[in-house]
Structures are given as C-alpha cells and as structure tokens.
Ligand binder design. Structure first.
Ligand SMILES: Nc1nc2c(ncn2[C@@H]2O[C@H](COP(=O)(O)OP(=O)(O)OP(=O)(O)O)[C@@H](O)[C@H]2O)c(=O)[nH]1
Ligand SMILES: [Mg+2]
Length: 339
C-alpha cells in the first residue's frame, strides 16, 4: 500500500504532443519547459513527448534548416537575428530562435536586453524566441537545446537558428547540432584575425562580417578580405562547399537576402553529394554518445555512498597517496557494485 512511487508528472503527453504539432505556441513553450526540467518525473514525460514528436520533426517534406550563429559579445548577434528573422518571416518562413549560453553571467537582465534588441521579431507571429536553458554544464544546456530543436521542428518551424556567445566550447556544441554554422564578426579596425581561434574558423561554413555601415564599412571590407584569405588556408569541412565570407549591416537590415541565399546554396550543395545526410547521421550518433556519457556521469555522481568515496579519492590523488587509474578503478567497481 505504502510502496513509494516516483513523483509522476501530471502532464498529459498525448494532448501536449498534438497541440505542439498543431503549432500552438503556448504548448510549444510548455513542452520546452518540460524537457528543460530537472525533475525525474518530468524527464520520463519529456522522453515520451519527444518520442511521439520525433516523426514530425525534420520530415523529408518539410526539412527545416538548422543554422548556428556564434559571435563574441557585442558583434551584433541579437540585432542580426532580429533583421534576418524579420527578413525570413517576411518571406513567409516560420523562424525559431534558440540559444546556448552556459555562462551564469547572463541573467534575466540580458534576456530582457535581447527582447528589446529583438523587439519586432518577438512580436512576430511567425517567430518563436526561446532563451537558453539556464544553469548546468555546457553539455547539459546543449542537450536541452537539441531537444528544444526537435520540438520547434515538430511545431512546423522552417528555420531554426541556434545562437551562442563565442567564448569557449559552446561553438562546438552548436556546430554539432546544426547544418550550417555561421560565425558573426564585427570590424574592430585592427587585426581581427588575431582574435579568432583557428579551431573556430575551421568550424565556420559562413563568416559574416557585420556592421558594414557608416565609418565601419571600409574596415569591414578589409576584414572580409582578410578572412577570405585565411579561409583559403583551411581545409574545407565538406567536399561540396567552400566556406565563404559575406558582409551585413544588421542595424540597417542589409545583406539578409544574401545570407539566406548562401544558406540555401549550402543546403543544395550538401544534398547533391549526400553530405547533408551524412552530417545529420553523424550528429545523431554523436548525440547518442553524448547522452550515454552524460547519463553515466550523472548516474555515477548521484549513486548513494559514492560521493564520499569520490571526495576521498580526489584528496588522495591530490596528495599523491593513490594514482588516478587505481582510484578510478576502485570507484568504478564500487559504482558497478562489484566491491
Ligand atoms: N553600426 C552597427 N552597429 C550594430 C550593428 N549590429 C549591431 N550593432 C550594435 O552593436 C551593439 C551590440 O549589438 P547586439 O545585437 O546586442 O550584439 P550581441 O552580439 O547580441 O551582444 P551580446 O548579446 O552581448 O553577446 C548594439 O549597440 C547594436 O546596436 C550593425 O550592423 N551596425
Ligand atoms: Mg545578444
């Protein structure tokens, strides 16, 4: 009678799924909240929901375009998304904007800031903007965003833009879940190339030099030429596509059509050689491994009694009284119950 049951989610998954498919915004927001929830009962409901929606996401007939957008703070990401998003909705597309931002520095304040930077787009019925899941590791945040991407696709969005601030590993997480990865830059009047890590350049399918207006137009041209030169030295990611450089003024809403043209060209080029399919397959498999890794790590860290042993192992390893491989083996045995 009193057997303990895990806390169950009160959510009617089937109903939620059908409302997401119907494109109901509130249902979509609720579904994303559900996948972002850390509660064990919610996780089960979230998995059920995603499973039900999977056949509706990324259907061949309606293959959504997944775009990644990364750039350092202040280069104009929000302004660009506003301009590009308005261009796309104006052309009849439905656009979803998701974000990956694992830094805790970004509080509610800057989400508010984003809302004002994306004022028009946030009021546009054909657009859906969702800030980054907050808290947790980059891996955790990225996993939730990946799931949110499936949800918005099931809700019928044609273009999904995943934004991240280019400071660290988050670009890789974004590049791992999108078709085309765009790097947004702004001319600084100096040697822009110096500030960009080669590894990040290698990820880029498109480099966008923003703020090409007013006094910055000339430096933007110089920067664009520098980047085009630098790209020439990088081994292409795909056989069918060579990374290119374009210029925009997000503020003046210029260059948006060219960006969309590049995105569709990219897709056509990748589809031709089958590379688009290969990319998505590889991403799905990498996602499986990420889930396994993170899931195992979570199970490990939450296993009863292991926390103390882990703390002790960390100490003894630090002191040099135990070697890391031996300590790890012991912990793993304990985890697997072989002790
Ligand atoms: N001149 C010019 N200014 C721009 C352009 N795009 C953005 N800005 C300005 O650059 C500043 C930063 O723009 P945001 O769109 O907030 O940049 P962001 O990359 O989203 O910044 P974070 O969210 O802080 O990472 C603002 O003052 C914008 O008005 C542009 O095309 N031209
Ligand atoms: Mg911003």
């Amino acid at each position: 009678m009193t057997k303990k049951q895990p806390a169950k989610s009160s959510i009617d998954v089937e109903d939620l799924a059908s409302r997401v498919i119907a494109g109901e915004r509130r249902a979509l927001a609720k579904a994303i909240t559900l996948v972002e929830s850390g509660r064990a009962g919610d996780r089960k409901a979230a998995d059920e929901l995603l499973t039900q929606l999977l056949p509706h996401a990324g259907e061949a007939m309606h293959q959504p375009m997944r775009l990644g957008l990364s750039g350092a703070p202040g280069v104009g990401k929000s302004t660009f998304i506003e301009a590009f998003g308005m261009y796309l909705t104006g052309a009849g597309y439905r656009v979803a904007v998701l974000a990956i931002d694992p830094s805790s520095s970004r509080s509610g304040g800057s989400i508010l800031g984003d809302k004002t930077r994306m004022e028009e787009l946030s009021r546009e019925p054909r657009a859906f903007i969702r800030p980054s899941p907050s808290g947790g590791t980059l891996g955790g945040v990225a996993r939730r965003t990946r799931e949110a991407m499936l949800l918005v696709e099931a809700a019928g969005f044609d273009v999904v833009i995943v934004e991240t601030v280019g400071v660290g590993q988050s670009e890789i997480a974004v590049a791992d879940m999108v078709d085309m990865f765009c790097l947004l830059l702004a001319p600084a009047g100096g040697d822009e190339l110096q500030g960009i890590k080669r590894g990040i350049m290698e990820l880029a399918d498109l480099i966008i030099v923003n703020k090409a207006d007013g006094d910055l137009e000339k430096p933007a041209r110089v920067a664009a030429a520098d980047f085009a030169g630098a790209l020439g030295l990088i081994r292409p990611k795909f056989e069918g596509w060579t990374a290119k450089v374009l210029m925009t003024s997000a503020l003046e809403k210029r260059g948006m059509e060219e960006i969309w043209q590049a995105a569709t060209d990219f897709r056509t080029a990748l589809a031709k050689g089958g590379e688009g399919e290969t990319l998505r397959t590889a991403q799905a498999q990498a996602w499986l491994w990420t889930e396994l890794r993170e899931g195992l790590l979570e199970a490990f860290q939450s296993k009863k009694g292991l926390k103390q042993a882990l703390g002790m192992a960390e100490k003894s390893v630090a002191k040099g009284t135990q070697l890391p491989p031996a300590a790890a083996a012991k912990l793993l045995n304990q985890f697997l119950g072989e002790d």
